[in-house]
Design a binder for this molecule. Structure first.
Ligand code: FES
Length: 110
């Protein structure tokens, strides 16, 4: 991670070549992870893994993101499917650079 930016080389992660593919990324030197999700958009999105209810780490469970603490469930675009959370998972700014490198800016919300 450099200056809050994380680079993910997409070709090294075949799961991101398919729609609804998800990759969990833990930046070097950090204990917090985030998700990169291939939606129908050309550029994958990057989502915080911190539940917006009380801050537990959400997990990927059969195609959705589920919080183990109180059961909030999020769709792969971060929107809430089931509470108690009411806010979507925060999205980080992500852009595609040459050579299929996705640059995620963890300091900026999209
Ligand atoms: S902290 Fe996630 S549902 Fe409560």
């Amino acid at each position: 991670m450099t200056n809050g930016q994380v680079h993910v080389r997409l070709r090294e992660h075949p799961e991101l070549h398919e729609e609804h593919g998800v990759l969990r990324v833990t930046p070097e030197g950090s204990t917090d992870s985030f998700f990169v999700v291939r939606t129908s958009a050309d550029v994958p999105i990057a989502l915080s893994s911190v539940c917006t209810h009380l801050g537990c780490a959400v997990e990927l469970v059969t195609g959705q993101l589920v919080c183990p603490c109180h059961g909030s469930t999020y769709a792969l675009d971060g929107t809430v499917r089931r509470g108690p959370a009411v806010k979507p998972l925060p999205r980080y700014t992500a852009r595609l650079e040459p050579d299929d490198v996705l640059v995620i800016d963890l300091g900026k919300s999209a």
